[in-house]
Write a protein that binds this ligand. Structure first.
Ligand SMILES: [Zn+2]
Length: 292
């Protein structure tokens, strides 16, 4: 080995240049920094919270929990939850990978909430609304009988009190652990949305990543104005299932919020930082007379 080769070998031992993939695999300690799953860059958690959980480097929208959503959308101090104790039982005594009751208990403990949706009275841009927010951490925010009941009551409360409805959805679809009882929630919530429309009260839905299955196929897309967050996956069956069924490749970006906008399925794709103002503007138009 020549002396220059020896120096080169020593340098390579001292410094390891990480390529993109290796960087992506690098472990990042939880709690202070978060690695963006889209651009793989490291973001300081404080900055992420300030930036409404949107990556400052690439604009990727991270998931938000229900409490953060409520803080984002409701006028400060106006949110008052109702039906907070409505939660699913285990009507079928279902056991899959693990018993359903265990999944429920684990989700309740992890999320510190009894069900996958939080509903309450609030004001948005000074308009009285019923605000409902789904939290994907809770068994994929799947729609069991309690979620369906809470969404239905949200519409009914809005009708009784002449309020607009604003719902933020993110869900894997029906809660298969509740079988047919879960599927029936599609008809129930859709009928409630219809009654709200008959009362000529506004309904705005915000489709967050991901909104799939029975939630997409019922109340989520029955709103007067449908917004979606950038990059949100919105559909009924997942892309892999569709590809396997029709045995064809799907177009690029299929089921993304932007694709749905191009094809007339949503009214606009709204970056999270502008969401509160946009929902407020829609309420100004649709509920102008009901401002407080
Ligand atoms: Zn990023």
């Amino acid at each position: 080995m020549s002396i220059s080769d020896w120096f080169k070998a020593r340098e390579s031992r001292r410094y390891t240049a990480l390529d993109g993939d290796a960087l992506a695999r690098a472990e990042v300690p939880d709690g202070v920094w978060t690695k963006c799953s889209a651009c793989k860059k490291i973001v300081y958690d404080g900055q992420l919270v300030e930036n409404v959980r949107v990556c400052p480097h690439c604009g990727h929208h991270f998931a938000m929990c229900a409490a953060e959503r409520v803080d984002l959308l409701a006028d400060p101090g106006t949110f008052a939850e109702f039906d907070s104790r409505v939660s699913s039982a285990d009507p079928l005594g279902f056991t899959g990978a693990k018993p359903y009751v265990e999944s429920l208990d684990a989700a309740r403990e992890q999320c510190a909430m009894p069900e996958a949706v939080v509903c309450g009275r609030a004001e948005i841009a000074s308009h009285p609304v019923v605000l409902g927010v789904m939290d994907f951490r809770f068994i994929g925010a799947s729609m069991g009988s309690a979620v369906g009941e809470k969404i239905t009551r949200a519409f009914e409360t809005a009708i009784a009190e002449r309020r607009a409805v604003v719902l933020v959805t993110s869900s894997g679809g029906a809660r298969m652990q509740e079988g047919m009882l879960s599927l029936m929630q599609m008809a129930k919530t859709a009928a409630a949305a219809r009654r709200l429309a008959e009362e000529r009260l506004p309904y705005v839905s915000v489709l967050a990543n991901p909104t799939m299955g029975g939630v997409t196929a019922s109340f989520a897309v029955l709103a007067d104005v449908i917004f979606a967050e950038p990059g949100a996956l919105v559909g009924f069956a997942g892309p892999r299932v569709i590809e396997q069924t029709i045995k064809q490749h799907l177009p690029k970006g299929f089921q993304s919020a932007e694709y749905l906008l191009d094809h007339g399925m949503v009214d606009d794709v709204v970056p999270r930082g502008q969401l509160t103002a946009r929902v407020g503007l829609v309420l100004d138009y649709l509920a102008g007379g009901e401002r407080r």
